[in-house]
Design a protein around this ligand. Structure first.
Ligand SMILES: Cc1cc2nc3c(=O)[nH]c(=O)nc-3n(C[C@H](O)[C@H](O)[C@H](O)COP(=O)(O)OP(=O)(O)OC[C@H]3O[C@@H](n4cnc5c(N)ncnc54)[C@H](O)[C@@H]3O)c2cc1C
Length: 401
């Protein structure tokens, strides 16, 4: 990417060089648009670099609109159908980046997420995109001119733009440079925001004050259900509550005051277990520990079946056994909060999709102003869906801005 700032008049200015901004800049630049990408951090694509444990879960093979939360679940359809996981995979393959499917359609780099950032930087270079890192935008004003619609005051001087694309992301992980710039700018231009909250985030629970607080680090296969949506993956006990993919997924559907239901033994048939162990003198606790993590069984029995835990299975009262089995299959927990934006992978909510064209991401009321990526009220599940939205919305705006 070029880094000189000799001329300050651009066809397209994009604020935020994350996943969506880089993709949008590359597409706009390759269309021959004179494009500037402004990033306030010292380097581009920081979240891409840390994503997927350093291997970037860059898309999901099973991407469909059903994998996204939004006040308008139809909004994401157009962009997602016009730039699919296979389009991004083709780009990745063109750059010789090798990848693998980890689980559930999730594609990761074999080597490093740095390859994805380098690929996007290279695409931007091919489109002649100018990139200013370490640059802050102090103000944005609308201008009544056909080709100079926006005037930006930046720490590198005044910039004018025909099209302005906001790609500053969500509020998650402020330590990494997240700001509410995009949301404030939306308000400045009269666009409505939907309520925002941390999503894909560990929950804090009252249960952590009990025996479960002591089993931090224990994980198990479970089904977490919240708001009518269920996810089967691991859950992980933490000092303050619970995390793990199933909990993170369910957290996006959680509203304060609501409960979450956990099936902590999805493969266990308790009726069969009862019949099979009628004559065994092994304690209930030890029978359960053959199927579930021992420390979890101990904590669970401590809380809910203290009197039965050390009873030989053959002496168990059916009623007590059934009550415990029922609870293991449908454990109702009440989160008292979440770990917040400091730990959230994404932000749910944002610029109201009713304000935007689903084809181009352009504001319906402010000509030339676009919003893409996580700043928009479109939030993906865990597993590569958020990057796929960033690429797809970035391409949609890049083709139009
Ligand atoms: C730890 C972690 C791991 C993740 N792993 C995955 C994963 O494996 N797969 C997946 O699909 N999703 C993952 N995500 C989510 C994914 O990173 C985001 O959804 C995605 O990056 C959103 O893209 P974006 O371009 O909208 O925002 P971002 O990528 O956040 O980019 C926004 C950019 O704007 C810049 N910016 C902010 N404010 C300003 C300002 N005022 N001026 C100039 N620049 C500004 C930021 O510095 C940043 O570079 C992960 C998130 C986290 C936090």
């Amino acid at each position: 990417m070029q880094t000189n700032d000799s001329s300050s008049t651009f066809d397209v200015v994009i604020i935020g060089a994350g996943a969506a901004g880089l993709m949008c800049a590359a597409v706009a630049g390759r269309r021959g648009r004179k494009t500037l990408l402004i990033e306030h951090a010292e380097k581009v694509g920081k979240k891409i670099l840390i994503s997927g444990g350093g291997r970037c879960n860059f898309t999901n093979l099973h991407t469909s609109p059903a994998n996204y939360l939004s006040e308008n679940p139809h909004f994401c359809k157009s962009a997602l159908s016009r730039y699919t996981p296979h389009d991004f995979i083709a780009l990745v393959e063109q750059y010789g980046i090798t990848y693998h499917e980890k689980t559930l359609g999730q594609l990761f780099c074999d080597d490093s997420s740095r390859q994805i950032v380098q690929m996007l930087e290279s695409e931007c270079r091919a489109g002649g995109v100018e990139c200013w890192t370490g640059c802050d935008v102090q103000s944005v004003a609308e201008n009544n001119h056909e080709t100079v619609r926006f005037l930006l005051e930046t720490t590198r001087g005044m910039v004018s733009a025909e099209s302005l694309v906001i790609a500053t992301g969500g509020l998650s992980i402020p330590k990494m440079g997240a700001t509410d710039f995009g949301q404030r700018l939306a308000k400045q231009f009269g666009l409505r925001l939907t309520p925002m909250k941390p999503a894909l985030v560990p929950i804090t629970t009252n249960e952590a004050q009990t025996s479960f607080g002591a089993i931090s680090g224990v994980s198990l296969d479970a089904i977490a259900e919240c708001g009518g949506v269920a996810f089967r993956e691991n859950i992980l006990f933490t000092h303050r509550g619970m995390s793990g993919p199933a909990i993170l997924q369910a957290s996006s559907y959680w509203e304060r005051g609501n409960a979450m239901t956990l099936n902590t033994a999805p493969t266990l048939d308790f009726e069969h277990l009862w019949q099979e162990n009628r004559s065994t003198t092994t304690t209930l606790k030890n029978v359960l520990a053959q199927y579930l993590p021992k420390r979890f069984v101990e904590a669970f029995c401590d809380e809910y079946a203290h009197d039965l835990a050390n009873t030989p299975f053959s002496n168990l009262p059916l009623k007590g056994y059934n009550a415990l089995a029922e609870r293991l299959h449908a454990w109702c927990i009440t989160p008292n909060g979440t770990e917040g934006y400091a730990k959230a992978e994404v932000t749910a909510g944002g610029v109201d999709t009713n304000e935007l064209s689903s084809k181009t991401m352009e504001s319906k009321n402010v000509r030339g102003l676009y919003f893409i990526g996580e700043v928009v009220d479109v939030t993906g599940w865990l597993g590569g869906y958020n990057f796929q939205w960033a690429w797809a919305s970035g391409v949609a705006a890049g083709q139009a801005a």
